[in-house]
Design a protein around this ligand. Structure first.
Ligand code: KDG
Ligand code: MG
Length: 402
């Protein structure tokens, strides 16, 4: 069997997605997600200019060898652009292999370890009252886990909070929009928010919160400590993790569980975090972290240190990534939780998928492969629109982490 062609499909059914389709001489094809929010066209170029030419003629069944070829053979290895491109190839090749075997992908990974996949959704509001309403709606929809983000008094906008009744979508402008951040205002407000949520909804519901890289380690330690009475499922991305050691300080001060890793692309980005048991959940997912081939290694490594998976699943993770993630989540023994943000109808018309959602839980489909495909002619109706992620400044104008 040989790869005879591969093409990159860029479309924007409500938001931008990059999809790779790998074709074989036997008519079987595989589909991979190559979306890197706000940097989509760099991955397109990486695939078209540097990867597709070397794929032609290769045996698609040699997934490991192709992975090694594209990783070790790149010389300039790692990095979000290259690893997203590699992930797209990897996901497409696993799709092909499962289709050839006529098995759903999770069966190739070792079969299922659970009956259903717990997911968390987002609840946000501009103030405590509207956030409480959003949490109530999520609970009514059957979710057992909810991420809570709220507008902060004195700040015009906050990460994760929708404005004007629209759904939250961070890549909101042609050029980066700017928001203003105050750690002081945020830290004073957060315990009040979680106190209100627990008072209204009790102790059963799992609560999560995304700090989105805004704090320093000692500030994160304070937040973790002050949120302890509210028993969070996790506090996410408390600090930027370029310096993995930062998490030691947070860990020493709080029992609030810690999650990190949606921006990681290599197992080396989280080696100390895992080995030193500084974290509880690893957030990296297939599309940005080298596909199933690397994530399988990462999850096995994490399992040695009691670290569970908590795959990133915002709307910029296309249905192709989500479909493959469902199979991974069904199999992975050290599964923690899966993030889920519902797609718009336009997105769901361009991509077909057979994974099912029911009252806070997913199950993957039983069709051969990962079960997700793209309608190329419909995709053409939604051309790419440049959209970038925002930047953040402190109140005095200093550029800060978004
Ligand atoms: O592209 C950036 C988003 O995926 C990110 O901001 C979402 O942090 C996020 C999350 O936890 O879903
Ligand atoms: Mg996040």
């Amino acid at each position: 069997m040989k790869i005879i062609d591969a093409k990159v499909i860029v479309c924007s059914p409500g938001r931008n997605f990059v999809t790779l389709k790998v074709m074989t001489d036997e008519g079987v094809y595989g589909v991979g997600d190559a979306t890197l929010n706000g940097r989509e066209l760099s991955v397109v170029s990486y695939l078209e200019d540097h990867i597709i030419p070397v794929l032609i003629g290769k045996d698609p069944q040699r997934i490991e060898d192709i992975w090694q070829f594209l990783y070790r053979g790149a010389y300039w290895r790692r990095g979000p652009v290259g690893m997203t491109a590699l992930a797209a190839v990897d996901i497409a090749l696993w799709d092909i292999k499962a289709k050839i075997a006529n098995l759903p992908l999770y069966q190739l990974l070792g079969g299922r370890s659970r009956d259903r996949i717990m997911t968390y959704t987002h609840a946000d509001g501009v103030c405590i009252e509207s956030t409480l309403d959003a949490v109530g709606k999520a609970i009514d929809a059957g979710y057992q886990a909810v991420r809570v983000q709220s507008g902060i008094p004195g700040l015009a906008s906050t990460y994760g909070v929708a404005k004007d009744g629209r759904k939250y979508e961070p890549a909101d402008a042609d050029l980066p929009s700017e928001s203003v951040w105050s750690t002081h205002k945020y830290l004073n407000f957060m315990p009040k928010l979680f106190d209100a949520v627990r008072s209204q909804y009790g102790d059963d519901i799992h609560l999560l919160h995304d700090v989105h890289h805004r704090l320093t380690p000692i500030e994160a330690a304070r937040l973790g400590k002050e949120l302890e009475p509210y028993h969070l499922f996790w506090m996410e991305d408390a600090v930027v993790a370029e310096n993995q050691e930062s998490f030691r300080l947070i860990r020493e001060h709080t029992t609030t569980p810690l999650a990190v890793g949606e921006v990681f692309n290599s197992i080396h980005d989280c080696r100390s975090l895992i080995q030193e048991q500084y974290i509880d959940y690893i957030r990296s997912t297939l599309v940005h972290a080298g596909g199933i081939t690397q994530m399988r290694r990462l999850a096995d490594f994490a399992s040695l240190y009691h670290v569970k998976t908590g795959f990133h699943g915002a709307t910029d993770l296309s249905p192709v990534c989500m479909g493959a993630a469902m199979h991974f989540d069904y199999w992975v023994p050290n599964f923690g939780i899966q993030e889920h943000m519902p797609y718009t109808r336009e997105m769901e018309s361009v991509f077909s998928f057979d994974y099912k959602f029911e009252r806070g839980f997913f199950t993957p489909g039983e069709s051969a492969g990962h079960g997700v495909d793209i309608d190329e002619s419909l995709a053409k109706k939604y051309p790419y629109k440049r959209a970038m992620l925002p930047v953040n400044r402190l109140e005095d104008g200093t550029l800060w982490n978004w």
